[in-house]
Each structure stands twice: as structure tokens, then as C-alpha cells.
Design a protein. Sequence first.
Length: 106
Amino acid sequence: MPKKKTETIPISDNLYTVAICAVRYALGRRTYMPGLVTDWVMANFTGRMPKGTAEIMLRDIQEQREMGERAKYDSLGDPCDVRTWEKFEAWLKEEISKCTSTDTEP
């Protein structure tokens, strides 16, 4: 099997918004999508994510989890999906802690 090639992409203003949309789309999916989206975001935005964008993504994951707790179901997906989101949450928190910018725009 060929080795997976990862390239970072140039960042434009709207790409952060597209990343937020991708995360929102993947939340709660019980498919390959949570892993694909979170891996893509981490590969392309490490050290380049505005604080506001990371905070929006983190809030969206937390709200999805709370919605499931109120309804008594696992709203983040299957156990493998939950692990993916937990890993992504930890990455987001790390990115937020590294932010020196007060930029809150996505």
C-alpha cells in the first residue's frame, strides 16, 4: 500500500469557515467522515488556526455531546467516533493554548 502523502494547503480567509462547516457536517456521523475531517484539519491547520475558529469547533463538539446527554444517546457517534472527537478536542485545546493572537474571527 502506498504511503499516505500529506501536503499543507495555502490558507485563505474563507478556508477557516469551510473547516468549521466540515466539522459540523461530520459531527454525529457514524462513517469515515469524522476521521477524515479531523485528520485534514489537524494536518493543515496546526499552528495556523485562529483562536476564534478553534473555539467555535470546540464549542460545537461540546454542544453536540450535551445534546446527546440530554436525549440519552451518544450524539458523537460510535465508540471509534467518540475517540476521534476526544482526540480532536485535545488538539483544539492545545491549539488554543498556543494562540498568541487575540484574533476571534473564524
